[in-house]
Unconditional design. Structure first.
Length: 114
């Protein structure tokens, strides 16, 4: 009988130890679930920021192409203006200067975004 009492006491002791461990593991599980949820939220935020930055880069590339085109046009207008100045045609000289000025205004307008 004594033997059964000791075995029963040991079984109850083991069950109580296991219950403490189970509670500890459940607490750790809740903490890990909270961390996972937080990390998922951070991941969504980072993905959104990445998409915003990709869109910004795309827009900047388009603006750089537009600036390059305006600069090329301004250079062409400057060359034409110089030619017409040497030729003595003030109307075409002034016209090319206005075109060049317009190109520079567009460049300033685009660059002012940044």
């Amino acid at each position: 009988m004594n033997r059964y009492c000791i075995i029963t006491a040991l079984v109850f002791f083991m069950i109580s130890c296991n219950q403490d461990r189970i509670e500890e593991l459940e607490s750790e599980k809740e903490q890990l679930e909270h961390k996972v949820s937080s990390l998922e939220r951070q991941l969504k935020e980072v993905k959104s920021e990445k998409e915003d930055l990709e869109e910004l880069v795309t827009n900047m590339r388009q603006d750089m192409r537009a600036i390059r085109n305006c600069a090329s046009s301004a250079s062409s207008s400057a060359s034409s203006a110089a030619f017409w100045a040497d030729s003595g045609d003030s109307f075409l000289f002034q016209s090319n200067l206005r075109n060049m000025s317009s190109d520079f205004d567009q460049i300033v307008s685009i660059a002012s975004k940044y």
